[in-house]
Design a protein around this ligand. Structure first.
Ligand code: SSA
Length: 426
């Protein structure tokens, strides 16, 4: 959510952002409702002020035993009370309408964001590692998993329906190793490890921006104000709601693990082979709450990206980083980088990480605030990036490190988390 004062004084900038982000918000309609709310608020406050004066006058008239004046003033007070009673429902309804429109207003993208329609317009700006050259018939991740009995999709589908999977044997151990590898490295970087709820209340999804627009992607717990999170970002965004943090305790740096659940509505038929796009997966999430300062946000944006790059480099996976364009970045982002790992079987890069900074767009929605050194209460800035998301990361990992004998080399960095094991399938 943007500051209403900013929208009032910069309608054109907001309209431009909406256009760039394929966002259909009608800024003029929002401002028209806003003017009605302000006018009505003014009328009701004036009436209340008059009521206060009248009650003083009534007391005074009673003291002076002036019954006629007292009765006139009481009658006037009744008329005012009726006026307020009549206006309040209209004021509440318009205020709610304005709030619901405010939730649909996109953030202003940073000028460095490429203008574009969709992911095809994202701009790669960094490459790392050489795509492996196999002098043997390389297998894709699903065939590798079947070969080593590392997955059971049929039985998973029996239990949980489409886009589900069972990881078996060393794949199950590999996923846990990857989660521990990420949590361990990020903890040593001073990020506080969290294991957060995968169920959260509506306000947390409004807070991170998943609601109202992305409601169709979320599983709901029947008859409770609880929904399954698609990312620990939702749970962490909700944790500090309504608190006022001390400036000196910022930035808060979290590395949060949670199972993640996504309906993947609208992706029918896409990425149906293997474990690329599934309804439940595990993710280790980097999350920053920092002071409301653009330079500080940009610093952490680069840091979160670098943290993820270090993890991927230790996994010895070739990747590239793309600057996500305005049409693909979503409403809340000021800036967004995706990391895409090379997938040999597809001979292309595929997204494995997504890094964003949002200024105070989430903080306004979730009411996350801090007191700065001058004692002023402000909304914080928030940022997030994937550290590791599995099993998707297993795809480049298994394919890239497959050997001619069909075994899979476990990267050095992961071995301590796999009991020192060096290969799968040997
Ligand atoms: N349906 C899915 N199946 C498997 N992995 C997924 C799925 N959706 C997302 N992921 C993984 O989770 C990563 C982050 O998801 S994201 O929506 O892009 N971004 C976020 O959730 C942010 N909170 C940063 O992690 C993706 O890059 C991908 O690696």
């Amino acid at each position: 959510m943007l500051d209403l004062a900013f929208i009032r004084s910069n309608p054109e900038a907001v309209k431009e952002a909406a256009l760039l982000k394929n966002n259909s918000i009608d800024v003029d309609a929002l401002l028209a409702i806003d003017q009605q709310v302000v006018a009505l608020q003014h009328e009701v406050e004036e009436a209340r002020a008059k009521q206060n004066q009248l009650s003083k006058g009534i007391q005074q008239a009673a003291k002076e035993k002036n019954a006629e004046l007292r009765n006139n003033l009481i009658a006037e007070g009744k008329k005012l009370a009726e006026f307020i009673k009549a206006k309040e429902p209209e004021l509440n309804q318009l205020t709610e309408e304005r709030y619901n429109l405010l939730l649909m207003v996109p953030n202003i993208p940073d000028p460095s964001t490429p203008v574009g329609k969709d992911e095809d317009d994202n701009v790669p700006f960094k490459y790392w590692g050489e795509a492996p050259k196999f002098d043997f018939q390389a297998l894709d991740h699903y065939d590798l998993m079947l070969k080593h009995n590392l997955v059971d999709i049929e039985r998973a589908v029996k239990v949980a329906g489409s886009r589900s999977y069972v990881l078996r044997g060393d794949a199950a151990r590999l996923e846990l190793a990857l989660i521990n590898f990420a949590m361990d490295k990020m903890s040593r970087k001073g990020f506080t490890p969290l294991i957060v709820p995968s169920m959260a209340r509506d306000f947390a999804f409004v807070g991170n921006g998943q609601f109202p627009k992305g409601r169709d992607q979320v599983y709901e717990i029947k008859d409770q104000d609880l929904f399954l999170v698609g990312t620990a970002e939702v749970s962490i965004t909700g944790m500090y709601k309504d608190e006022i943090l001390k400036g000196e305790e910022l930035p808060l740096k979290f590395v949060g693990y949670s199972p993640c659940f996504r309906q993947e509505a609208g992706t029918y038929g896409k990425d149906t082979r293997g474990v690329f796009r599934i309804h439940q997966f595990n993710k280790v999430e980097q999350y920053i709450i920092c002071k409301a300062n653009h330079e500080e946000s940009v610093f952490w944006f680069e840091q979160l990206l670098q943290n993820a790059e270090e993890l991927i480099q230790e996994l010895e996976l070739p990747y590239r980083v793309v600057n996500v364009c305005t049409g693909d970045m979503g409403d809340g982002k000021v800036g967004m980088y995706d990391i895409e790992c090379w997938v040999p079987s597809e001979k292309r890069y595929r997204e494995t990480h997504s890094c964003s900074y949002l200024h105070d767009w989430q903080a306004r929605r979730a009411n996350l605030r801090y007191r700065d050194e001058e004692g002023k209460v402000k909304f914080v800035h928030t940022l997030n990036n994937t550290a590791i998301a599995s099993p998707r990361i297993l795809i480049p990992l298994l394919e890239t490190h497959q050997q001619e004998d069909g075994s899979i080399r476990i990267p050095e960095a992961l071995r301590p988390f796999m009991g020192g094991q060096e290969y799968i399938g040997r």
